[in-house]
Write a protein of this length. Structure first.
Lengths: 115, 155
């Protein structure tokens, strides 16, 4: 039940970002200056944390989506749906930890005067 | 599912006693939409995880992204097709998901029709815009000087 709520909330969040992301990418058709200026906003640390949250939402939605497919199509899916939710959360953590280390290192090292 | 359970959409509403599933629908649209969510979902995992890995994890990550980065990718038909498939599948998947949510929670007919009309217009605009941008993109626009990919010959 909570996974169902989480799937809906992450889905809406991802969809809203997708609309914005197509619009910002479309600025490449305006001029290189316009695109580079707007994409620069994605590189500050606050946006970097926002990107981490967005990726967290995407990874949950992806793995829970596979769980939904398993519940719908696998004969024993409904029986093991609770165990599969723990698997989703475990895979989510295993995916997010290396992602966060890499992404936040990139975001914060450049902010604090790296290269 | 005792005290902290969440009521199913519409279960507490005035409409709920009257709300019944249609017995015989003459269209298989909802079944096709249901199947599309699962098929497109699997493909989107590959496309979006690949997109995130190449754009955020490789090299300098997000700091490498500028006009030249996009121009370099879209000079290759592989990434044009990748991004085109991602755009269409993600927009249709997301639009159908939001359509489902609107159907669940917007109980008044007028509200539901209005929200869905806004959704369909917005989704169509974004899909058409994104498709045009991918295919009409010029990696070396005349007059531009900054952030160009290395293969452009700057006058």
């Amino acid at each position: 039940m909570w996974s169902w709520v989480g799937h809906r909330i992450t889905g809406v969040v991802i969809f809203i970002f997708l609309l914005v992301h197509v619009l910002d990418t479309s600025l490449v058709r305006v001029s290189p200056e316009a695109y580079t200026a707007v994409i620069g906003a994605y590189k500050n640390p606050i946006m970097g944390l926002g990107e981490a949250a967005l990726v967290a939402a995407i990874v949950f939605h992806a793995f829970n989506g596979l769980r939904i497919i398993a519940v719908d199509f696998w004969k024993k899916g409904p029986k093991y749906q609770r165990q599969m939710l723990w698997a989703v959360l475990g895979l989510w953590a295993v995916t997010m930890i290396p992602f966060l280390i890499r992404h936040l290192t990139i975001v914060f090292s450049n902010f604090f005067g790296g290269n | 599912m005792s005290s902290n359970s969440i009521a199913a959409p519409r279960s507490n509403s005035a409409q709920s006693p009257k709300y019944k599933r249609n017995k015989a629908s003459h269209s298989s649209f909802e079944m096709i939409a249901w199947l599309f969510m699962r098929l497109s979902g699997v493909v989107l995992i590959v496309l979006i995880f690949g997109h995130l890995f190449v754009n955020l994890m490789v090299g300098e990550g997000i700091h490498a992204i500028d006009f030249g980065f996009v121009a370099g990718k879209w000079s290759d038909p592989f990434w044009q097709i990748w991004d085109l498939a991602m755009l269409w599948l993600a927009m249709l998947h997301g639009s159908n998901g939001v359509r489902t949510i609107i159907n669940d929670y917007a109980e008044r007919d007028g509200t539901r029709m209005t929200l869905k009309a806004v959704l369909y217009v917005a989704s169509t605009v974004i899909i058409v815009l994104g498709t045009l941008v991918i295919f009409t993109f010029d990696p070396c626009p005349p007059g531009a000087v900054i952030d160009l990919p290395s293969f452009c010959t700057v006058p």
